[in-house]
Structure formats: C-alpha cells, structure tokens
Design a protein around this ligand. Sequence first.
Ligand SMILES: Cc1cc2nc3c(=O)[nH]c(=O)nc-3n(C[C@H](O)[C@H](O)[C@H](O)COP(=O)(O)O)c2cc1C
Length: 184
Amino acid sequence: MNGNELRVFEEPAVSVAEHRALMSRFPTGVAVITALDAAGVPQGMTCSSVTSVTLHPPTILVCLRIGSATQLAVRQCGAFAVNLLHAEARVTAELFSGPAPDRFGAVRWIRSESGLPWLADDAFAMAECQVSRVIRHGDHEVIFGRLVDVVMRPGTPLLHGMRSYSVWRPSFLAGAADVEEMSA
Ligand SMILES: Cc1cc2nc3c(=O)[nH]c(=O)nc-3n(C[C@H](O)[C@H](O)[C@H](O)COP(=O)(O)O)c2cc1C
C-alpha cells in the first residue's frame, strides 16, 4: 500500500480504547438528561452526546445507552429534559455518571411546567423535548427530540474533554493581559 489507497477495515477496525481516545479530543458541554419512568420516578444521566439537528422543526438529539434507567424512562414517558450544566456543577456531572443509588436525593430539583425533572441549581439552561424519532444503533439509541420549551439563565458551561472537566474560558476573545497570563 502506498498510502494513497482507501483502507477498508475488517471489524473491529478501531478498539473501544481508540474510539474513546478519539472522542476525548473533541471537548463538549455537559448535560444531564432527565425523564420520568413509568412509575413517575425521576431518572437522569450525565450526557455529552447532545447535538442540534434541525431548526425547522426545532430538533436536537441525544444518544443513550440501551438499558440504562434514563433511556428506559425517556422511552416510557416520550419526553426528556436537557439540563445544561454550568461551570460550578462538576459534582452533579459526577453524581449522574456515577454509582450513587439515589442521584435525585443529592441535588435540588423541581418539576418543569410539563412535569419533567429540572436540576434548578445546576443547570444554566434547560430544554424540554418531545421524542420525535428513535434510531437503534448497536448498544445505543439515537433519540431525536422536538424542542417544546427552553429556559436560559446567565452563566457559563461546564466542559468535558481529554478525560477531564474544565470551564469555559474564551481565550480568543481575551485581552492581551489575559493571553499573557494563560501562557505564563
Ligand atoms: C462527560 C460524560 C458524558 C457522557 N455522555 C454519555 C452519553 O452521551 N450517552 C450515554 O449513554 N452515556 C454517557 N455517559 C455515561 C453515563 O453518564 C453513565 O454511564 C451513567 O452512569 C448512566 O446512567 P445509569 O447508570 O443510570 O445507566 C457520559 C458520562 C460522562 C462522564
């Protein structure tokens, strides 16, 4: 092979570790997806696979592991909330991705107008979505949600990349003094 041909891989071409390493190089904001299960109990998980799909109709998507409590709850209630975490909410991101048995017992949450769990102290934006389409792919479901309400507050986002959390710091807009400080 001289390097110019397309390389066609047999499965598995890329290991889980390589896949994770690749995506760790693509930092994102951090959300907690919440929903009510069939018994009306709130469920939620930390999620970075939040993507805008279309403006018309207003649609976003999330990718949730099949069998997780949150994925099941979203499918059961046909709706979900996207709680975009602010820079001070790292502990909540860890809570909703960790083994704690009662995640909602450790945060303050309220019900949105339509009853979805809203992490009132940790989210600086919250969107309510009605499930409009679901695509199963491997071990995850790609769940499309039509935006039906958004609430936004002042704040800056929590970020996740390179396997760690960080905070928003727009260096390209910073003044010369800030740039000097960052390179010191
Ligand atoms: C920063 C971050 C982003 C994550 N994004 C996703 C995601 O997009 N989809 C997903 O299924 N799990 C994601 N996870 C993993 C879930 O948060 C984790 O597996 C959680 O425990 C799932 O909830 P469960 O234990 O109730 O199933 C992410 C974890 C972290 C720390």
